[in-house]
Design a protein around this ligand. Structure first.
Ligand SMILES: [Fe+2]
Length: 175
């Protein structure tokens, strides 16, 4: 599970049909939701970056970035929105990048780095997203935005970085 929705009986039944939850990856401290209730129900383990781990009681895995999860998912530390904001790159039939609140989708089907909404350090968000072209990514799945995913992600990321290259980004006040 990536981040946590509200805990409900309907959802629990649905997840049971799919075989339960082994890992709960939290992209950042704002999106912990009811992860601890899902953990209790399914015996899952919660995985969150060290610097945001204050937001989860007894996190099971506190990572730095660069580690692998479940043998096919790479954990990438992308600070800025929060200190511990991170992405998960699932290397399956295609490569799926879950970006949390660091990258959002736009109405036009593109992407934007989240330098505005509830972001602690816009300049650190830009530094983080500039690291992403080094990864092979096919599909991007942000936490919010006009669309739930964007395909042809490498091209979409390139366009996003080009568009944002001329923007004035406020430096961090908090980080
Ligand atoms: Fe957030």
């Amino acid at each position: 599970m990536i981040d946590s929705p509200e805990f409900s009986d309907n959802l629990v039944e649905r997840i049971k049909e799919d075989g339960g939850i082994r890992w709960i990856f939290i992209t950042h401290s704002d999106d912990v939701g009811e992860a601890i209730n899902f953990r209790a129900k399914f015996g899952s383990q919660i995985c969150i970056h060290k610097k945001d781990s204050w937001s989860v009681k007894d996190a099971d895995m506190k990572f730095n970035g660069g580690e692998e999860l479940a043998g096919h998912a790479q954990l990438i530390h992308t600070p800025g929105h929060t200190l511990g904001s991170s992405m998960l790159l699932a290397k399956l039939d295609q490569h799926y990048l879950f970006t949390g609140d660091t990258i959002l989708t736009t109405a036009g089907g593109g992407l934007m780095a989240n330098t505005r909404m509830y972001t602690k350090s816009p300049s650190d968000v830009m530094k983080s997203v500039r690291k992403l072209p080094q990864f092979k990514v096919d599909v991007i799945l942000p936490a919010h935005g006009a669309r739930s995913f964007v395909v042809e992600a490498t091209e979409a990321l390139k366009i996003m970085l080009e568009k944002m290259s001329g923007e004035q980004i406020e430096p961090s006040k908090d980080l």
